[in-house]
Design a binder for this molecule. Structure first.
Ligand code: UD1
Length: 403
């Protein structure tokens, strides 16, 4: 079986790492890794390959930055010949970036099966480019792997066939658990002159927050207050740096003594920073999940989240972008202290293992040793073909296999 896996932007790298590892371990899949080149800076890309032990991409499409239409089109043009040449049995995409939807579309147009890891997440906010990417990718996919039950529910509501959907857990959390001990050895706190845990971590890169000067200024008003209370470490995304220093906001930020800007950090340093912080403020998706596992309070500077389990568990608070609301939520969260360790179902470090077992079962060209379940047979638990111990496949409340 041959699978082409695709990565393009920073959050894809932590998701693909455990999948590549499990693919290599199973020894039954011929694997090709394609990097679209959507992210290309050393600190946005290479560093993650090195730290997470991801194999060097077999092919780099080197598309770089551009408008959405141009970037998406460039990825499609460059990816199509790769699929034609290598004739994979499936293309596997992760997450919700432009590379995800572009390569997904190429695959299905060529009649190649599409696998989407982190399927079904919905913010229900169509002004987010990622939401368009999620909806389109899911609607094209043949196998959809979900991180949380809301993803399963959303896919079923959109009419996606039940037998394509699997609740397998969270590959990003596989990576976190695999690397936590290594991250604990990072010297980043000392390098940044941080003492103890009395500091906050901030990340901002959503176009709706940083490309809009009014919104960005409102967030800075809140940061102005918070940085007087405790230092804020702010690894700055290239988009955000461009937005800051092409306006007067850059000067304002430079004038805040407690707001410490840095270049984007590598995975291990950032994990160490997050896990040592008193609080995290962010507009990222993945960080909402990582802080949930770490038990660190997270204020999400957005009005919505596609990851509702993090809010239900109680570690994540949606606080929007109004100054007063951010400051009040900050005060409440700091007073409330750490969240404790609540783990969403299946966020146990074994999501990639489950995914690869299902890929082997569903895509394998070998004759399937299992008898086909007849349509008119009442639903009942069946032997789990992917389970090494032959255990029974359990089902979630919606009947979706959970293994
Ligand atoms: C992309 C994803 C977003 C994800 C984010 C993580 C889409 C639509 N957005 O947003 O979902 O959360 O990555 O970082 O796919 N740039 C560099 N160096 C790089 C990459 C980008 O300088 O290595 C700069 C360029 O000026 C570029 C800008 O950042 O124009 C934005 O990059 P782009 O890939 O278009 O989107 P992101 O904001 O990074």
């Amino acid at each position: 079986m041959r699978i082409i896996s695709v990565v393009g932007a920073r959050p894809n790298f932590m998701k693909i790492a455990p999948i590549m590892e499990q693919i290599a371990l199973c020894g039954e899949i011929e694997s090709l890794l394609v990097h679209t080149g959507q992210h290309y800076d050393q600190r946005m890309s290479d560093l993650f390959f090195d730290q997470l032990g991801i194999p060097e991409p077999d092919i780099n499409l080197e598309v770089g930055s551009a408008s959405h239409a141009v970037q998406t089109a460039n990825i499609m043009k460059a990816f199509e010949p790769v699929v034609i040449e290598h004739k994979p049995d499936a293309v596997l995409v992760v997450g919700d970036v432009n590379s995800t939807v572009a390569c997904g579309l190429v695959a299905v147009k060529l009649g190649v099966k599409l696998v989407h890891v982190e399927a079904g997440l919905r913010s229900f906010d169509r002004s987010m480019p990622e939401e368009i990417n999620r909806v389109l990718t899911d609607s094209m996919s043949d196998l959809l792997f979900c991180t949380e039950q809301s993803g399963v529910d959303n896919l079923l509501r959109e009419g996606i066939s039940r037998d394509k959907i699997f609740l397998t857990g969270n590959v990003m959390i596989d990576t976190l658990l695999n690397n936590k001990a290594k991250a604990d050895e990072s010297t980043i706190l000392r390098e940044l002159g941080l003492d103890g845990d009395n500091f906050a971590v901030l990340t901002l890169h959503r176009p709706s927050n940083v490309d809009d000067v009014t919104v960005f200024a409102r967030i800075l008003d809140a940061l102005e207050v918070i940085q007087k209370d405790m230092p804020i470490v702010f690894p700055v995304h290239p988009r955000t740096r461009r937005d800051l220093y092409s306006t007067s906001l850059g000067e304002r930020v430079d004038g805040m003594a407690g707001l410490r800007l840095s270049d984007p950090l590598g995975y291990l340093d950032f994990l160490k920073l997050m896990s040592s912080a008193k609080i995290v403020l962010t507009d990222s998706g993945g960080i909402q999940e990582e802080t949930t596992i770490l038990g660190i309070p997270c204020l999400t500077l957005r009005e919505n989240t596609e990851r509702p389990i993090t809010v239900q568990i109680g570690s994540n608070h949606l606080v929007g972008t109004q100054t007063q609301r951010i400051v009040e939520a900050y005060r409440r969260a700091v007073k409330g202290g750490p969240n404790g360790h609540h783990v969403p179902p299946l966020w146990d470090g074994r999501a990639a293992e489950r995914i690869v077992r299902i890929l082997l079962d569903k895509l394998s060209k070998r004759p399937n040793p299992l008898p086909k379940v007849r349509r008119d047979t009442p639903r009942r638990p069946r032997a789990n073909p992917a389970s090494p111990d032959g255990s029974v496949l359990s089902r979630s409340s919606t009947g979706i296999p959970v293994i």
